[in-house]
Design a protein around this ligand. Structure first.
Ligand SMILES: Cc1ncc(COP(=O)(O)O)c(C=O)c1O
Length: 368
């Protein structure tokens, strides 16, 4: 049996006729950038997410950059995040003119903890001007508690929701706990476009306005820049496609949750692996189903020999990568290093047949 790790194509085929007609509608409509489709998608996404406002942009990386720019932090401010996230989180910080720094994560959830953020902020003595909590793999970080810690230090909390569209904490969707939430519509994401796309959720109307200025050269009125913005626009084609997909996202996330349930059932008796965990008040949307086990590379190779594609998100923590090697480490990063060496992302996507989960689980069990 051949098992793919993810399949944006399967997501397209599932909704093909709706997506095809949305694309044709835009192509023959004559408006391709920041038009009616983007405005409608922003409204629909904000309502679906329970957020006051949604501002579309060109990618999840840009969404983070736009938030940092709109906050007008002093140049070279430190921005704290985890080192086991996508390079995009750190890249956005640097592109916004800030400097990234790192704190430790929890060994099971692999997300930032209130304790490590408190330790890092205390140690930084006021130099950290914002915190980015990544809801890694679709599992909500404890954003309510992190927001409280941040508030105690007078520092805004930004949520990196790129991998967690639709995840909830205490019944509330992510992207509503901090000052703003950054979403990605990269094709493999839970809500994937067929190109790049991103969005920011905010509840403060003034910040929403500032983000809209920032994403298009600081324009409120065309050709009049009131501040030094950038070009980061969501295009009409992607917005129209996302409008077709959004009403199906809850069901698609539910399918991911069911498949994850099947992995738990099949793998729970297996010694030698750590299964993903989530807080009792959290709804994990399993962008990835990430296990931890010793001898990772050998297991990945054996799974590949059995036709099972896996991935490692991410094989080298950011503080060990050349680009960020000099970034301040405000706590120990021992746990980050340990989990990074042992993680495997098993196949998971809404259209994955349940029998494939059984096959992956059986193959893995034999290896262990
Ligand atoms: C945690 C995280 N943050 C940010 C991003 C950036 O999103 P994009 O690829 O849309 O720029 C990604 C996507 O890979 C991500 O996984």
């Amino acid at each position: 049996m051949i098992v793919k790790q993810c399949s944006p194509l399967a997501g397209y085929l599932e909704l093909k006729s709706g997506i095809d007609s949305a694309v044709m509608r835009v192509l023959s409509g004559g408006a391709y950038i920041l038009g009616r489709e983007v405005a409608a998608f922003e409204e629909e996404f904000a309502a679906w997410n329970g957020s006051g406002f949604a501002v579309g942009c060109a990618s999840g990386t840009d969404a983070l950059e736009l938030i940092l720019r709109a906050l007008h932090l002093p140049e070279k401010s430190l921005v704290l995040t985890s080192a086991n996230t996508a390079a995009a989180t750190a890249a956005a910080v640097m592109r916004a003119g800030c400097r990234v720094c790192f704190a430790e994560v929890d060994g099971r959830s692999m997300n930032l903890t209130p304790e490590s953020v408190r330790e890092a902020l205390s140690r930084a003595g006021g130099r950290v001007k914002a915190v980015i909590a990544v809801h890694l793999f679709g599992n909500p970080a404890p954003a309510d508690e992190l927001a409280e810690v941040c508030a105690g230090f007078g520092v805004p909390l930004i949520e990196d929701c790129a991998q967690a569209t639709g995840a909830r904490l205490g019944g509330r969707k992510v992207g509503n706990f901090g000052i703003a939430g950054a979403f990605s519509f990269y094709p493999t994401k839970n809500l994937g476009a067929f190109g790049d796309g991103g969005l920011v959720t905010v509840n403060d109307p003034a910040l929403a306005e500032e983000l809209k200025l920032m994403r298009q050269y600081g324009w409120k009125v065309r050709y009049e820049s009131s501040c030094n913005g950038i070009n980061s626009r969501l295009d009409e084609l992607q917005a129209a496609i996302l409008r077709v997909k959004l009403p199906h996202l809850d069901a698609a996330n539910l399918r991911r949750i069911e498949l994850a349930g099947r992995y738990y059932e099949k793998l729970s008796g297996c010694s030698g692996i750590v299964l993903p965990c989530k807080a009792d008040n959290a709804e994990h949307v399993y962008h990835q189903f990430v296990i931890q086990c010793a001898g990772r590379d050998e297991k990945v190779a054996c799974l590949a020999e059995s036709g099972i594609a896996t991935m490692v998100h991410y094989p080298v923590p950011l503080h060990r990568q050349k680009a960020y090697i000099s970034a301040p480490r405000l706590t120990s990063l021992e746990i980050t290093e340990k989990v990074t060496a042992e993680i495997i992302s098993l196949p998971i996507y809404p259209e994955l047949p349940p029998e494939a989960v059984d096959y992956v689980s059986e193959t893995l069990s034999k290896l262990l």
